[in-house]
Unconditional design. Structure first.
Lengths: 249, 249
DNA sequence: TCAAAAGTGTTATGATTACACCCATGA
DNA sequence: TCATGGGTGTAATCATAACACTTTTGA
């Protein structure tokens, strides 16, 4: 491999192309890929979007969605593009995790991958389901199967990262519908952090932060007292953070 | 550039070689480098280690120390190796920041860099000063000059990261001598976080965590009441974290 | 004895926790 | 009327912050 690097890299691309079913363009970078952990929240469960490899040595195995970086493209832009190609969604909440660089992570050559994680609203995703790869599927995070290469490591890292981040900044809203109740919000936190919370205390704590906008609407068609619906206002969040505001959960 | 990628990459390496004064081996990866932000703490000031480029278009400009990744080397190992080459130190506290991938970050071709940050004890560094590059120098973080490429961005990110991390885990000890006083510890936090703290309250808060070992020694030759010296015990830290211990500053 | 830092004590305030309790609504 | 979740009240406990004060040491 070290003797004929460019040939090996062509070979790697060919194999990757076969396995992922994606065409590798000639203007992409060698030896670097992007892999995305896409989180969703549905019926109280945190889920992750995986794709199935159709051909090659990884046939039938599940993987994180990913792809190559174009020569003239920012890596963040590449991740956005790959997600758009997969989900049809623009402007997804997206952050880089880190680079994964075990020399043996990819069995057919030296490829470093840059991990990203994304948070999507399932309501948006469902609307544009027609755009999604036919072999893409949501898995509850407890049911994530064996993935190819080091994708289980990347997933584990992303989950740790999400748990950290959600206690530092209000990113959880990216997983909820536009309008939500305080209980939905609490259940999201409970699910992500894997803890049980006290409803009255959660209410007060969150409302005291003044991050939520009471939109004067209520739930409909529920067989119990209808709850108030709230919006998250990122403008308010910005103002509060500028003033030295501390989230922390 | 997109037409003859391998030629361009050879050219990039040649230029890099000239500028950095480092020999680029034939077995390194194309288009990916590593850059390290090395922090030290001296006389109450947080400092960062920079190197001066001797030749090429960046002649006379300061930069973060960095280099190439070998084909068969883990990226974390590459960062450790580069730091060893620079400082003569092994087992440095080192963590990856993230990948930096603006397509225009490097003016002579497409190169993505993976940023790392390291914390070193200045006492160790001084002992092995003979190993250091002659053109390496410590800068107070307020006096960091204009750096080449996107290195100021990488530095700014690393500082934000350090400030975050130091409040979540006791990594600050990596910047202090083996034996230190509570006041030194507090001043380290004050300098990193850029805040003023209350001495009595800091004492109690830190001692309550049970992270410090009283080694029954005292300062000598100080013109005031001698303070107790402490050790940080990472074993204790592990036990406490296993039990669900929360740092947070 | 003075300056400088070490180290202790005390009190007010506010956040967190645990839990009892009432309210509204559809089945 | 009952189950289900919505929503309020309250008291005990704990953490934090502010600051007054005593102790030790070398110059």
């Amino acid at each position: 491999m070290p003797d004929k690097p460019s040939n090996v890299k062509k070979e790697v691309k060919k194999v990757f192309e076969k396995e992922s079913g994606k065409i590798v363009e000639h203007t992409v970078m060698n030896s670097i890929t992007i892999d995305c952990v896409v989180f969703g929240f549905d019926k109280g469960s945190l889920e992750v979007l995986l794709v199935e490899h159709a051909e090659g040595i990884s046939k039938g195995k599940w993987a994180l969605p990913g792809g190559w970086i174009k020569e003239d493209e920012h890596i963040d832009g590449a991740a956005q593009r790959l997600l758009r190609e997969l989900t049809g969604l623009n402007n997804i909440y997206l952050e880089q995790l880190k680079a994964f660089g075990d020399p043996n992570r990819f069995p057919l050559g030296r490829v470093i991958t840059i991990g990203y994680y994304a948070l999507v609203k399932r309501e948006d995703y469902n609307v544009k389901a027609g755009f999604t790869a036919s072999d893409a599927k949501w898995f509850k995070i407890k049911d994530v199967p064996d993935l190819i290469y080091d994708h289980n490591d990347i997933f584990a890292f992303s989950l740790k990262n999400l748990r950290n981040k959600v206690r530092q900044a209000p990113i959880g809203f990216n997983l909820l519908p536009e309008k939500f109740t305080l209980l939905q919000l609490m259940q999201l936190y409970e699910e992500i952090l894997n803890v049980e919370m006290d409803k009255p205390n959660f209410r007060r704590k969150f409302l005291k932060m003044k991050l939520l906008v009471d939109i004067n609407e209520k739930q409909k068609d529920v067989s119990h007292r209808a709850a108030k619906l709230y919006n998250f206002d990122s403008e308010i969040y910005k103002k509060l953070t500028d003033k030295g505001f501390n989230f922390e959960f």
